[in-house]
Design a protein around this ligand. Structure first.
Ligand code: NAD
Length: 248
């Protein structure tokens, strides 16, 4: 799987699954725009990619803002002269709460970033792909978007929305050389999870069918496959990466 001559944008590229995806795409030859609201961590990821012989640049984006999402596509075009691949991975979790207790502000924040953010990024990316012969998009959903998860009503609704939007776009743009897929991870040891006390992590791991948490790179490999020509006839799919969590 080679991404030589391809340009990719990766939102949420400063941390966790997005960081692993940006690094994997760059290692396989893509020129990568690492996009995130967090500049310092994004700059670190870019420095690590470039030090390893890859090609990456950082662009600050707030995916919940339409102009900012459009600005990310513009940055890819002005920096690398094209855009072929998009991994929309930026997202935030919600503080656990039951539906009736949840603050409106929590609902709005999760919807703005996790659902509207994916739509706004796709809106800008699809407009470019339509005018330039196609492209491939992977959106980050979650197992929580497929199966009820205690304390996560807004997050689950947003991620179910990401799955629906991905399916919708896959169908609507299938004749335009554009593929759109979603990835639904189970519990992945990204930095926030990795920073939890050892006993909490052990408890989380013990609750997994495999006894282990996933790694960001496990998800990145599936994102890369779905973005690549190896998945040329795969579109509208939601791919679980969850160590059989969904089968419980
Ligand atoms: N870690 C898991 O267990 C897990 C499971 C299922 C799904 N996911 C999803 O995977 C994605 C990445 O999660 P992660 O665990 O790597 O998290 P993370 O916190 O390590 O990375 C998320 C990144 O998104 C960025 N971000 C947040 N709001 C943003 C905004 N408005 N604009 C641009 N960037 C923004 C953050 O700065 C951060 O760098 C998220 O969409 C998350 O919902 C994670």
């Amino acid at each position: 799987m080679s991404f030589v001559d391809q340009v990719a944008v990766v939102t949420g590229g400063a941390s966790g699954i997005g960081e692993a995806t940006a690094k994997l795409l760059a290692a396989r030859g893509a020129r990568v725009v690492v996009a995130d609201v967090t500049e310092e961590a994004g700059a670190r990821v870019v420095a690590e990619i470039n030090a390893g012989g890859g090609a990456a640049t950082f662009h600050r984006v707030d995916v919940s803002d339409a102009a900012s999402a459009q600005g990310l596509v513009d940055a890819a075009l002005s920096t690398y002269g094209g855009l072929h691949l998009a991994a929309n991975i930026a997202g935030v979790g919600q503080p656990p709460s039951r539906l009736h207790d949840m603050d409106v502000a929590v609902w709005d924040r999760i919807m703005d970033i996790d659902l509207k953010g994916v739509w706004l990024c796709m809106k800008a990316q699809l407009s470019h792909f339509l005018a330039h012969g196609g492209g491939s998009i992977v959106n980050m959903a979650s197992g929580a978007g497929l199966k009820a998860t205690p304390g996560q009503p807004a997050y689950a609704a947003a991620k179910a929305g990401v799955i629906a939007l991905s399916q919708q776009a896959a169908l609507e743009y299938a004749r335009d050389g554009i593929r759109v897929n979603a990835v639904a991870p189970g519990l992945i040891a990204s930095p926030a999870v990795a920073a939890l006390p050892e006993e909490v992590r052990a408890q989380y791991a013990a609750g997994q069918p495999s006894g282990q948490l996933g790694r960001p790179v496990d998800v990145a490999h599936t994102v890369a496959w779905l973005l690549s020509d190896d998945a040329a006839f795969v579109s509208g799919m939601t791919h679980l990466v969850d160590g059989a969590w969904f089968q419980r």
